[in-house]
Write a protein that binds this ligand. Structure first.
Ligand code: ZN
Length: 131
């Protein structure tokens, strides 16, 4: 297993992690297979979405904030229930095909680490499975 560390800067933030994941895939020498990207956190997630227009991820953040307000009478005593809910909405894993040693993402797609309770130091775990 490989991993890397991420230092998020904002409370809510989508961070493009294509380069970090590609570096690990390249270093592995794997030409064909899949790469699992796993987020070992309960207040952060991962998603794949558009990288061309930054308004897209900004809109996703806006909609998540509208759906899951920070204060809404939650039971969780730590005070960050909204971040936990958003983490589950996004999910903790993404799987990308590796083709010819590169992440086989669509033209407009990128991998985004989704911070919902930052700023924090976060980890991303990577597992490459050649095929
Ligand atoms: Zn909590």
């Amino acid at each position: 297993m490989n991993n890397f560390t991420l230092h998020t800067r904002l409370h809510t933030e989508f961070v493009n992690i294509d380069n970090q994941v590609q570096e690990i895939v390249s270093a592995s020498g794997c030409k064909e297979g899949i790469v699992h990207v796993y987020i070992p956190h309960t207040t952060a997630g991962i998603t794949i979405n558009e990288n061309a227009d930054p308004d897209v991820v900004a809109d996703i953040e806006t909609v998540l904030n509208r759906l899951v307000p920070w204060k809404a009478g939650y039971a969780h005593c730590e005070g960050n229930a909204a971040a936990h809910v958003k983490a589950s909405l996004m999910g903790a894993t993404a799987t990308v095909i590796i083709h010819e040693g590169r992440l086989a993402l669509g033209t407009w797609q990128s991998l985004y680490f989704c911070e919902f309770d930052g700023p924090r130091t976060r980890k991303v775990w990577i597992k490459i499975i050649p095929s």
